[in-house]
Design a protein around this ligand. Structure first.
Ligand SMILES: [Zn+2]
Length: 98
């Protein structure tokens, strides 16, 4: 797997869709959330749910289940799984199921 070639149900986030996912995460993540304060880049989205894989400005990855309320959620929402690095992210994406 590379960052441009994801296995189903994941699809690469790019361009306008990536910006949309990044803006939504920024809208939902409030002060006190474990990802608050990090710049998040959308990497991949799941076609079967609202999960998005982000790379944080600290170099770690996270899967975030967006609520699409376009407003601040109460931490620990939106539900987040922190992933240390590429290997952890890859494993979590492989194990992702609904
Ligand atoms: Zn999913």
């Amino acid at each position: 797997m590379t960052w441009t070639d994801f296995r189903e149900p994941w699809h690469r986030a790019d361009g306008d869709s990536a910006r949309t996912f990044e803006a939504e995460a920024a809208a939902e993540i409030a002060d006190g959330h474990e990802l608050h304060g990090l710049d998040l880049i959308a990497i991949a989205t799941c076609e079967g749910c609202d999960s998005v894989v982000y790379r944080g400005s600290d170099g770690t990855f996270a899967i975030v289940h967006l609520s699409w309320t376009t407003k601040r959620e109460t931490p620990p929402w939106p539900r987040t799984t922190r992933l240390g690095g590429f290997i952890a992210a890859e494993a979590a994406m492989d194990q992702h199921e609904h």
